[in-house]
Write a protein that binds this ligand. Structure first.
Ligand SMILES: [Zn+2]
Length: 294
């Protein structure tokens, strides 16, 4: 007990919110623990102290699924979140398109009628990615007032506004945001979620998108969802298909503004070798594929 007190980190000095405390201070927590233990260990070797370090390090670095994380809390530390073998062999990932306040919630600047109905499925898919440790790539509009697109559509998702934020149901704690300008990318595997900002329909207009995608390898199996089906979802899917990836659209986690055009796009997707399934089937089939490969 004396050793534990001697080597313990000061949890009282951490943020009030448990999830933030663990996530934001995890690294600091570990560093201070190691320093404290080093001092003790220099005078007397003791296996129990090693155990304390091990437990503290695991507590600090592995508690990533605590509930109640505040909306849009962004952590950009490089806490390891390595993908297991099945991710590397199956090359699966989830791709979430523009699930932002201005599109999804009534009162949003470019609200898609009925879009809030897909939120439970968005939440399910986000948590599925977290649980299975599948990479989650998200696109997000981050407009400036003079963007050409805003001559056609009402101003929406303006950078820095509440409407531009992704809804909390689509966020994972350990994420990295890629701005729409040339940037040095960190290793994608260090993050659970990568958010790619864009100022046009097509996420590949961000100069970093292709470079990021190359980190995941070729012939990816992509589960895609979000809004709106016939515009930004369509643009992302077409570009991914052209690059040789397989796109499966989650039928009950997308929403359209123009149903006829959305239906044309889905026909095109199926002709190009894509698939259409619902959230339950996507989760069930992907889980069983992963289990059979493990
Ligand atoms: Zn836009």
């Amino acid at each position: 007990m004396g050793t534990a007190i001697e080597t313990a980190v000061n949890f009282g000095s951490m943020a009030d919110h448990t999830a933030i405390a663990v996530l934001a201070n995890g690294r600091d927590c570990l560093d201070r623990t190691l320093k404290a233990v080093k001092r003790v260990m220099s005078t007397r070797r003791d296996e129990f102290k090693r155990l304390v370090v091990f437990v503290s390090a695991n507590f600090a670095l592995c508690h990533e699924s605590l509930p109640g994380l505040p909306d849009n809390y962004c952590l950009t530390s490089k806490r390891a979140s390595r993908w297991p073998n099945h991710i590397r062999s199956n090359r699966m990932l989830l791709w979430d398109v523009d699930t932002q306040v201005d599109f999804l919630l009534p009162g949003g600047r470019l609200y898609v009628p009925g879009a809030e109905a897909i939120i439970p499925n968005l939440a399910c898919l986000t948590q599925f990615a977290r649980k299975m440790r599948l990479p989650l790539i998200s696109s997000a509009d981050a407009h400036q007032p003079d963007d050409p697109e805003l001559k056609t559509y009402p101003p929406h998702c303006l950078a820095g506004t509440a409407g531009q934020e992704k809804i909390p149901e689509t966020l994972l704690p350990n994420r990295f945001v890629i701005p729409n300008r040339p940037a040095d990318l960190p290793p994608a595997k260090d993050f659970q979620q990568i958010i790619i900002e864009k100022q046009q329909f097509d996420v590949f207009t961000n100069p970093n998108t292709d470079t990021l995608l190359q980190q995941f390898g070729s012939k990816l199996q992509i589960l895609m969802y979000g809004v709106v089906t016939e515009i930004c979802v369509c643009a992302a899917a077409r570009n991914l298909l052209r690059r040789g990836h397989k796109v499966t659209l989650i039928s009950d986690a997308v929403r359209a503004l123009d149903e006829a055009k959305a239906s044309e796009f889905i026909d095109e997707l199926l002709r190009a070798g894509g698939q259409l399934i619902n959230t339950n089937d996507a989760v069930r089939r992907t889980s069983s594929t992963i289990r059979s490969e493990s």
